[in-house]
Design a protein around this ligand. Structure first.
Ligand SMILES: [Zn+2]
Length: 61
């Protein structure tokens, strides 16, 4: 998966997830957020949760 997101896109994903009532998410689809062309964080494409380490998503339930 090499999807790159802007902070605006990350916010939109998170906002949509909140509007849907924060459904349970297993964070199976992870993208990368880029700010000013530099990689900043990993982002769940379903709920907008962010982590600095990709492996952190696997330990979340
Ligand atoms: Zn998620």
């Amino acid at each position: 998966m090499g999807l790159h997101l802007t902070p605006e896109q990350t916010n939109a994903i998170r906002q949509k997830w909140i509007e849907q009532g924060r459904p349970k998410c297993n964070h199976s689809c992870i993208g990368k957020e880029y700010m000013y062309g530099a990689h900043s964080d990993y982002v769940c494409l379903s709920c907008g949760t962010m982590h600095t380490e990709r492996s952190a998503f696997k330990t979340m339930k």
